[in-house]
Write a protein that binds this ligand. Structure first.
Ligand code: NAD
Length: 246
């Protein structure tokens, strides 16, 4: 599954799942632009990629702000060339009981987790249409498949990401561009450690009795970005250690 000669953008690539995706895509030969609000995190990811002999680019950007996204897209194209792989991974989560959830918290989660993928995809898909080849992978969440308490804002945003994926998959199916989504289950990342009071107990409740590793998600993403996945689009590839949803 070589990605030699391809240029990729991974949003939120400065930590957790995004970092693993950026690293695995680079290992397979892609040049990877790591877009993140956290400049230091993005620099660490790109340093790892370069140390392993790969090509990476740090792009400090708020992926949910239109002007910053346009600037990031211009810079990435200028430095790497046409971008044909996009992983919409940047996201936030904060547990909050619905009765306490404020309008501001709702809006902020929808802005980053749902509007962000819209803006970044808008900025990059025209280039994929020009080339006639593209791979878009949206990171959603198993909580949007099952529902989850204290996460109405997040589940609504990630449910939107799943719908957005299906809509674009049909719209671009005849254009050489696939659009899929990967809902992770419980994955050991800084985000999870910030949110979950007892990660070991939560991990033990998973069918595989362990938390996922960021790499578990990255390998699924790498498949969906490959040439071999050309006939797979609009698909939900769950990476959750065996949780099954009806
Ligand atoms: P993380 O907090 O470790 O990493 C997220 C990265 O996104 C950070 O580097 C952060 O700076 C960046 N980011 C956040 N908002 C941004 C913005 N507006 N612009 C640019 N960068 C921004 O989180 P993670 O656990 O690796 O999560 C990655 C994705 O996976 C998220 O979309 C999350 O919702 C999803 N997810 C994670 C889990 C899990 O168990 N960890 C489960 C389901 C879904």
């Amino acid at each position: 599954m070589s990605l030699e000669g391809r240029n990729a953008v991974v949003t939120g690539g400065g930590s957790g799942i995004g970092r693993a995706c950026a690293t695995v895509l680079a290992e397979r030969g892609a040049a990877v632009a790591v877009w993140d609000l956290d400049r230091e995190g993005a620099e660490e990811t790109v340093a790892t990629i370069r140390d392993a002999g790969g090509k990476g680019l740090v792009v400090h950007a708020d992926c949910a702000a239109a002007a910053a996204v346009a600037e990031a897209a211009d810079r990435t194209r200028a430095e790497l060339g046409p971008v044909t792989i996009l992983v919409n991974n940047a996201g936030i989560t904060k547990y909050k009981a619905f009765v306490d959830l404020t309008e501001e918290e709702w809006d902020e989660t929808i802005r980053i987790d749902l509007k962000g993928p819209f803006l970044v995809t808008k900025a990059l898909v025209a280039g994929m249409l020009d080339v006639g080849w593209g791979r878009i992978v949206n990171i959603s969440s198993s909580s949007a498949q099952s529902g989850s308490p204290n996460m109405a804002h997040y589940v609504a945003a990630k449910g939107g990401v799943i719908g957005f994926t299906k809509a674009l998959a049909t719209e671009f199916a005849a254009c050489g561009i696939t659009v899929n989504n990967v809902p992770p289950g419980f994955v050991d990342t800084p985000l999870m450690r910030r949110n979950v009071p007892d990660p070991a107990a939560t991990a033990a409740r998973m069918p595989m009795q362990r938390a996922g590793r960021a790499e578990d998600v990255a390998y699924a993403v790498a498949y969906l970005t490959s040439e071999e996945a050309a006939y797979v689009t609009g698909h939900t590839l769950s990476v959750n250690g065996g949780r099954v949803f009806g």
